[in-house]
Structure formats: structure tokens, C-alpha cells
Design a protein around this ligand. Structure first.
Ligand SMILES: O=C(CO)[C@H](O)[C@H](O)COP(=O)(O)O
Length: 217
């Protein structure tokens, strides 16, 4: 079964604690927090204060996806705020290896993220030191987009490298995930699925979580 990480980008911000507790009680594995700076992606969202505010609300893994330029400037503050995992884009810094080391040195799990236009070859040298790889299945910046089918080949390519080398990192997918696309990703090798609008835009979010579990069982 794929692990599920609801993205709070699609939650009701006026009732955020309620929406976090709802998915926590429904048995998800992590909470995905999208951090956007208006430069790396054409949108703004939250900062480290959101992570600090959610930390006492849930014991779920706080999976912080930094869509910001030069994330090395803020890694320590996100760790201090209570992040369990910090994801940084390979496209966002000149010193990706160093940033991943910085995350691990802060006692937090390290994730490298690849945009749809970035090949797996760009992250191969990083695989021995990461806990998770996030393959974007939409162009980052907004929820509610359509899943990019060509990303399935990228998931398969990464899973093949992982199996051959005996790595044990998770492969996360993010963007356009529903029960159908989660199954496709799971079959290709993904182990964690981020889902925002599929869960939170539904009148029955708990049923949607169940549907993701059943589809990948
Ligand atoms: O990273 C993101 C946007 O950059 C979101 O996590 C992602 O798009 C989830 O939204 P949805 O499930 O609605 O596609």
C-alpha cells in the first residue's frame, strides 16, 4: 500500500487544525507542507511559522517541501520549527549536496526534489545520502493540476536504480494524484503519494483516503 501525505495547500486555512486532525485520524502517514517563495515558483504560501504552529497539533511526519531559491538560507529554521523531513529542489541551489548534508546535520530526513523537466541523471550522485526523492508529477506551484503521465517512466527509472543499488529511500510523487494515478505511480515504484485537492476538495475526504489505500493495496 502506498503511504499517503495530504497536502495542506488544499485544506481550509480558516479551519486548518480541524483539517489536519481529520486526516490524522483517518490514518495517513505524513502531512505535506508546501513552502513557496514567489521566485522559485510563481506562487506564495507558508513559512516556518506554519510548521511551528502545526507541530503541537499532530504527531504526523511533517514533510516540508521547500519551493524556494537557495533553501540553504532557511534549512536550520525549518528544522528548529519541527520539520521531520525537508525536501529541496535540485534546481534551486548551486550546492545541492551541501544542502542535503545540512538537513541531515540538523537531525532531519533529507529529500531531493526534481521538477518535471529535470532528468533522474541530475540526482544520481545524491541517492546514497537521501531519505526520500520527490518526483513532481505536475509543474510545482499550484494544486489542482493534471497528472503528467510521462513522469511514470521517470519513477520506473529511479526505482530500477534503487533496486539495483540496494538503496532504501522512499519515492514520493506530488501533483494530480487521485486513486487512478496513485495506482499507476505505485505500480511504477512510488512509495509515498502527496494528495491535495483529491482529498480536501472532496465532501468526503476520509473516503478519498480510503480510496487511495484500496487502489494501491
Ligand atoms: O506541490 C504542490 C504544488 O506545487 C502540491 O503539493 C501539489 O500540487 C498537490 O496538489 P494536488 O494534489 O491538488 O495536485
Amino acid at each position: 500500500m502506498i503511504k499517503i501525505a495530504p497536502s495542506i495547500l488544499s485544506a481550509d486555512f480558516a479551519n486548518l487544525q480541524r483539517d489536519v486532525e481529520l486526516v490524522d485520524q483517518a490514518g495517513v502517514d505524513a502531512l505535506h507542507i508546501d513552502i513557496m517563495d514567489g521566485q522559485f515558483v510563481p506562487n506564495l504560501s507558508f513559512g516556518m511559522s506554519m510548521v511551528a504552529a502545526l507541530r503541537p497539533v499532530t504527531s504526523l511526519t511533517l514533510d516540508c517541501h521547500l519551493m524556494i531559491v537557495e533553501p540553504e538560507r532557511f534549512v536550520a529554521q525549518f528544522a528548529q520549527a519541527g520539520a521531520d523531513l525537508i525536501g529541496v529542489h535540485v534546481e534551486s541551489t548551486r550546492h545541492i549536496y551541501h544542502v542535503l548534508q545540512q538537513i541531515k546535520a540538523a537531525g532531519v530526513k533529507a529529500e531531493v526534489v526534481v521538477n518535471p523537466g529535470t532528468p533522474i541523471s541530475a540526482i544520481v550522485d545524491l541517492l546514497p545520502i537521501v531519505d526520500q526523492v520527490l518526483i513532481m508529477t505536475v509543474n510545482p506551484g499550484f494544486g489542482g493540476q493534471h497528472f503528467l503521465q510521462p513522469m511514470l517512466a521517470k519513477i520506473q527509472e529511479l526505482d530500477q536504480i534503487k533496486q539495483t543499488a540496494g538503496y532504501d529511500f522512499d519515492i514520493e510523487v506530488d501533483g494530480g494524484i487521485n486513486a487512478d494515478t496513485a495506482k499507476l505511480c505505485y505500480d511504477a515504484g512510488a512509495t509515498v503519494a502527496v494528495a491535495g485537492s483529491y482529498i480536501y476538495d472532496s465532501p468526503e475526504p476520509i473516503q478519498r483516503i480510503q480510496d487511495l489505500k484500496v487502489a494501491t493495496n
